[in-house]
Design a protein around this ligand. Structure first.
Ligand SMILES: [Zn+2]
Length: 147
């Protein structure tokens, strides 16, 4: 059991605290850092899980990336990919849905691709989600090369 950020060996209690909250291994200072982010930005826990899932396969992303207008749950800036986690997918209103679509269009105009992932997909299919994002990142890299 090692911290995913600093590789420090974790005590049982640090492991339990981080794992019970986020389902990932973090030492106390690194858990506190995520706690602060989650409480100040309302970051979905699934964004944290996805962040570490991507990190595990060598994809660097940024939690709560500020795009100049809004905070994006997760961004892979190298390939201009924004990932938004939808936490209340089943109760989305038509007003929210059209706002989401317009936001996606604005980001696209700025060269960014936005994908929206329902949080339950990350909860139940983290590995598959990571694999799919990896493929999207590879595809975007190819696009960048051809420009
Ligand atoms: Zn650490």
């Amino acid at each position: 059991m090692k911290c995913l950020e600093c590789k420090k060996e974790l005590s049982y209690i640090d492991h339990k605290n981080a794992f019970d909250t986020y389902g990932v291994e973090l030492c106390k200072p690194h858990k506190v850092r995520i706690d602060k982010l989650v409480s100040s930005k309302n970051t979905p826990i699934e964004a944290v899980q996805l962040y570490y899932g991507l990190k595990a396969i060598g994809i660097t992303s940024m939690l709560e990336w500020w795009d100049g207008k809004k905070s994006v749950d997760l961004a892979i800036s190298r390939v201009k990919l924004n990932i938004e986690i939808d936490t209340d997918y089943t109760t989305i209103t038509h007003e929210q849905a059209i706002l989401d679509l317009e936001e996606a269009m604005h980001s696209f105009k700025n060269g960014f691709t936005t994908i929206r992932i329902p949080h339950v997909v990350i909860k139940y299919y983290l590995k598959e989600t990571v694999k799919n994002i990896e493929a999207i990142v590879e595809g975007l890299k190819e696009d960048i090369k051809t420009i």
